[in-house]
Design a protein around this ligand. Structure first.
Ligand SMILES: Cc1cc2nc3c(=O)[nH]c(=O)nc-3n(C[C@H](O)[C@H](O)[C@H](O)COP(=O)(O)OP(=O)(O)OC[C@H]3O[C@@H](n4cnc5c(N)ncnc54)[C@H](O)[C@@H]3O)c2cc1C
Length: 404
């Protein structure tokens, strides 16, 4: 009998297993894939992920993985003006100093193996359903690569199984909604020029109201892609692949792609956004990461919140074990802790995402920032948490930059 079953070994699941080990909880970590496996993603690890990795003492090993260290974020606007934000926290102020771009095939494999060294794991095991006894959730059933069905029991299940979560679906926790889902495609390239220690987000008219990203992924490789809300993508008469082609061939970017070569066909996946607060727990289970829909609607980042959700979920598993109470009422604590930490930021990003529909506003802010050090400082301060990020969505911020 395990203390918990962790379904899915992406960042949410593997991080949960590592926190569980800290608290001497006996868990099993399951994944339908066999590692190393690819995951369609921009591969960018922000300050939030870095903080969790520091807490788990992983950072010195992560720094050695094949990828790029990031010290700068470049923002580009619809009229192609751009500015850089330097990540310049230091040890004294606890602000972000660096991020990473590490292909998920490498990063997730590293994290999974870390978890595997301290937890029971089962790869190539696809969870199919939840098992109830007298209306009480007692475990999961799934099938291994040879088609053999197996039931595993535990008093609590952590759904870390991503955007198409079987745990969210079978528990009927929330209805999937297209209004709060985005879709994005990724393509690895080699030979793109102008990449160094920066990630680039270009809020350009070809991808309105989304953005085009260009991230250095190590070894002369780049991870590029575009993302749009599901509803906006549906209204388009162009496919996302057409849009990506249009961007790479556009006047502004074609020079940088003149000797570049795609390493794959672009691949797409859904992003459940945290622009809505979905239900994330019930009797005997909690949903983490993408299965709870925690992706930042403005930046598209989900790894950091997946890791943060793992930290809180495990602290609540520990409390539930101590009290022997796995009821929905007890697990509500997870929702409270999690949204207390990430709710404000997600609400701000939701507002910013709506503001980014306006090319006028984007041009206005990015033009000002490209010419004015003080505006760069304000935005850099917000990104490194020195100035509250919610100021970005306040009219006062726009007055400030108008007169700075
Ligand atoms: C194109 C794109 C670009 C993105 N770029 C970024 C970025 O640059 N930075 C960032 O922070 N975020 C980015 N995101 C979001 C990020 O990928 C997710 O938020 C993150 O992967 C969530 O982690 P997770 O552990 O919740 O889920 P996942 O990483 O999806 O992991 C889920 C795991 O569950 C397993 N699984 C699924 N179903 C089952 C089942 N039935 N049984 C057993 N196992 C199962 C899967 O095999 C997988 O290993 C991007 C997303 C997309 C689509």
């Amino acid at each position: 009998m395990y203390d918990a079953i962790i379904v899915g070994a992406g960042p949410a699941g593997s991080t949960a297993a590592l926190y569980a080990d800290k608290y001497n909880l006996n868990c099993i970590l399951l994944d339908k894939a066999i590692f190393p496996r690819d995951k369609i993603c921009g591969d960018a690890l922000s300050g939030k992920s870095v903080r969790i990795m520091e807490e788990l003492n992983l950072i010195s090993e992560v720094e050695k993985l094949n990828g790029s260290e990031i010290n700068r974020i470049t923002f580009g606007g619809p009229n192609h003006s751009q500015f850089d934000v330097h990540l310049k926290g230091n040890k004294n102020n606890n602000h972000i100093t660096k991020g990473f771009v590490i292909p998920r095939e490498i990063f997730d494999n590293y994290l999974f193996n870390k978890a595997k060294s301290v937890t029971d794991t089962l790869e190539g095991f696809k969870v199919k359903d939840l098992i109830y006894e007298k209306n009480k959730l007692i475990g999961i059933c799934g099938v291994d690569n040879e088609g053999i069905e197996k039931i595993i029991e535990a008093p609590i299940i952590l759904g870390c199984d991503g955007a198409n979560s079987v745990i969210a679906r079978k528990s009927k926790t929330y209805k999937r909604d297209m209004d709060n889902t985005a879709v994005a495609i990724r393509c690895y390239y080699e030979g793109i020029t102008g990449l160094s220690n920066q990630i680039e987000l270009h809020y350009i008219s070809e991808v309105k109201p989304g953005y085009f990203w260009l991230f250095p992924a190590g070894n002369n490789k780049a991870n590029i892609g575009i993302g749009l809300s599901k509803n906006d993508a549906k209204k388009e008469d162009r496919t996302l692949r057409n849009i990506l082609n249009e961007v790479t061939l556009s006047k502004y970017f074609k020079e940088r792609f003149s000797n570049a070569k795609p390493l794959e066909n672009p691949k797409g996946w859904n992003l459940p956004m945290g622009s809505v607060h979905r239900k994330n727990h019930g009797d005997g289970y909690m949903l983490l990461g993408d299965s709870a829909g925690l992706i930042d609607p403005f930046t598209g980042e989900g790894i950091g919140n997946a890791m943060v959700s793992a930290k809180y979920a495990i602290s609540v598993v520990r409390k539930a074990k101590q009290s022997g109470d796995y009821s929905e009422n007890m697990l509500k604590m997870y929702d409270l802790l999690l949204w207390d930490e990430i709710g404000k930021e997600l609400r701000t990003s939701t507002k910013l995402q709506s503001l980014s529909r306006s090319s006028f506003l984007l041009n206005f802010v990015i033009n000002r920032a490209s010419r004015n050090k003080e505006v760069q400082e304000i935005i850099s301060g917000m990104l490194s948490n020195e100035i509250p990020k919610d100021e970005l969505s306040s009219p006062l911020f726009y007055f400030k930059i108008l007169f700075s």
